[in-house]
Design a protein around this ligand. Sequence first.
Ligand SMILES: Cc1ncc(COP(=O)(O)O)c(C=O)c1O
Length: 385
Amino acid sequence: MVELVRFQEHRGLRIVRGEMQYVWDDKGNRYLDAHTGHGVAFLGHSNPRIVEALCGQASRIMTLTPAFTSELEEELSERLSQIAPRGLDSVFFQNSGAEAVEAALKLAWAYTGRNRIVAFKNSFHGRTHGALSLTWNPKYRKGFPLMGEVVFTEYNAPHEELEKVIDDSVAAVVVEPVQGEGGIVPAKPEFLQSLRKLTREAGALLVLDEIQAGFGRTGHTWAHEPTGIGPDILLAGKSVGGGFPVSLIFTRPEIAESLKGGRHGSTFAASPLAQAAVLGALRVFAEDHVPERVQEGSRELGDLLEDRVSGTRPVRSTRLAGYMVGVELRFPPGKAIRCLQTRGVLALKAGATVVRFLPPYMITSDDRHAIAGGLRECLCGEYGC
Ligand SMILES: Cc1ncc(COP(=O)(O)O)c(C=O)c1O
């Protein structure tokens, strides 16, 4: 027998089945899944429309080099154009979030001819070499020789501070509109607006990493939308394949041009299966009015959390951006997360002290009560309120 290595702590459950917002373990216990595999199952587990798209495609053709076109491309292009930020009319596929970040770096370097990248404290962009170099947390970085030309600055820093680091040596500024892994911290609109203005003046690219926050999760198609700015490159991942591993890079055609002629590529990217998954996800997204559903549900969940946990002794603050929800405690959240699991709710950690909930868009009012009520019971039971 070989060991099937896992690099994360095991949560003690063997999950055998998933159906929309719920998963079941091998003993038949049901859990409300507000972990969703770090946000991947935002469109639900085994959403029937995505299963149908994938199974239909699997029986026709699964793999194809991008040198050939697939029969899906027309509808895919049409549907992607409905969600693409203005001017970002070139889209290409990768297989994971970190790969999308790597591709964005190559685009920025190739397009600007510069090296330096500006990233932010508490950022998370993935664990491959370039992506890890932009990831702030020393826990992930320590012991690896990373790219030198990265400058970390304060997230939500004022304009005067940003001015000091964004100059004409910078290829790109890479930022999450809501920091997920860093603790569910939304960017202030004026911070993103300053980044847009300064990158434009410096001739640098603005890359928005919406791998966790994008595709409806915050109650908008893209998390940055309420700020009114437009990026040069937008990265989407996690939920865009409805559970299938795929990521998307949206950019302007002249920027995409800079990697043509074989300067970028990936064997599995844009396989017909990945395309079918994204197509299925896009159909669900449009037909179910996903961002609107999140906005409505998030209002109720916010009220419930306010009522049940805000102001209790263990809670420092509660932050919501749609269905990116963070409850910051006064201590590490491990015990609370384990307790929630015993009460049938799966959550995860963010930052050092935050209980994070990333539920799917179709959770019901009962599910929202289960999250807020379960958290209250766990916090008060474990720590006292
Ligand atoms: C904002 C952000 N960027 C990039 C990544 C990396 O994505 P992946 O794990 O698919 O490589 C993540 C994953 O959590 C993320 O949250």
